[in-house]
Design a protein around this ligand. Structure first.
Ligand code: ZN
Length: 294
């Protein structure tokens, strides 16, 4: 059975080869390091598609509208007339409720989708005031959110995949290596047709312009990606890594960048898929075509 892993990294763009780019001269950052005009050989025969997050709308690309676009296939900034930061407003929530990728998969008979991120107990005990585009997209299809019990049972990952954030915030949860996390993510794709995983520390580091944190974090994140790809069956599984906008690749500014983002495709049908991806509206149709073509 074919499967897809969609690995969403918040705030990862294609930067230039200069000092304000934490990827510059950083060992171990492949396959996340991309520079304008420089083509890189990706491990496991991955293919990069330069992806436009600006979507024909003025202003800096933002998370709510970019993520809504990735998770619906609809040009959300154009729909709203602007890029929307943070969390989806009512209009975007309406769009997600109607067009969530999870819902579109369900309508095509693919019921077996999961959002791999585990939520803290607070999410279940209190109604969150603000919900991310991803949370809305999962809710729209009535898919269950993963809990700490799933995290402990190796059936989910925290957004900070090593659990460091949880441990620093007082939770009694084991610290994981990038390989431990990769094992879990890879195994989820054996049990489920579609797996979404979201990581957003990259965007936080970008806003903080924290060069030291970026240089420490990016090689571990890259290792997590490489190790996951190494563990999946690339003849049946497609691994798609993408982002909603640039940020961490240029720490000279505290805002998002106007750069393209890298969409990297490994595994089954990678060339056909990478060729079709030009902007963020192309992600949802790609996932649908990969899973509904049998
Ligand atoms: Zn941001």
């Amino acid at each position: 059975m074919n499967s897809v892993i969609l690995f969403f990294i918040d705030g990862l763009g294609i930067g230039t080869n200069q000092q304000s780019n934490p990827f510059f001269d950083l060992p171990g950052a492949e396959p996340l390091a991309h520079f304008r005009g420089v083509s890189s050989d990706l491990p496991f025969d991955g293919v990069v598609a330069r992806t436009d997050p600006r979507l024909g709308v003025d202003g800096r690309p933002q998370s709510a509208s970019g993520q809504t676009t990735i998770l619906t296939g609809v040009n959300a900034p154009k729909y709203l007339g602007k890029h929307k930061q943070g969390f989806p407003n009512e209009a975007l929530r309406g769009l997600i409720n109607e067009k969530s990728l999870f819902l579109q998969l369900k309508q095509k008979g693919i019921e077996d989708s999961i959002f791999a991120n585990a939520y803290t107990p607070k999410f279940f005990s209190e109604t969150p005031r603000w919900k991310s585009a991803t949370t809305c997209a999962v809710e729209a299809a009535g898919i269950q959110f993963r809990r700490f019990s799933d995290l402990l049972g190796k059936k989910a990952l925290f957004h900070d995949f090593t659990n460091r954030w949880l441990i620093e915030n007082g939770f009694d949860i084991p610290l994981l290596t990038a390989q431990d996390a990769a094992k879990t993510l890879a195994s989820l794709s054996e049990d489920h047709r579609f797996v979404l995983y979201e990581h957003f520390i990259t965007d936080k580091i970008g806003h903080a312009q924290d060069f030291t944190a970026a240089r420490a974090h990016l090689p571990i994140l890259a290792e997590f990606v490489r190790d996951t790809v190494s563990r999946i069956d690339l003849s049946t599984t497609t691994f798609i890594l993408t982002s909603d906008h640039g940020n961490i690749e240029d720490l000279s500014i505290r805002t998002h960048t106007l750069n393209d983002v890298p969409t990297i495709v490994w595994g089954r049908n990678r060339h056909q898929i990478a060729q079709k991806i030009k902007d963020l509206t192309d992600i949802t149709p790609s996932v649908l075509s990969l899973l509904a073509d049998e």
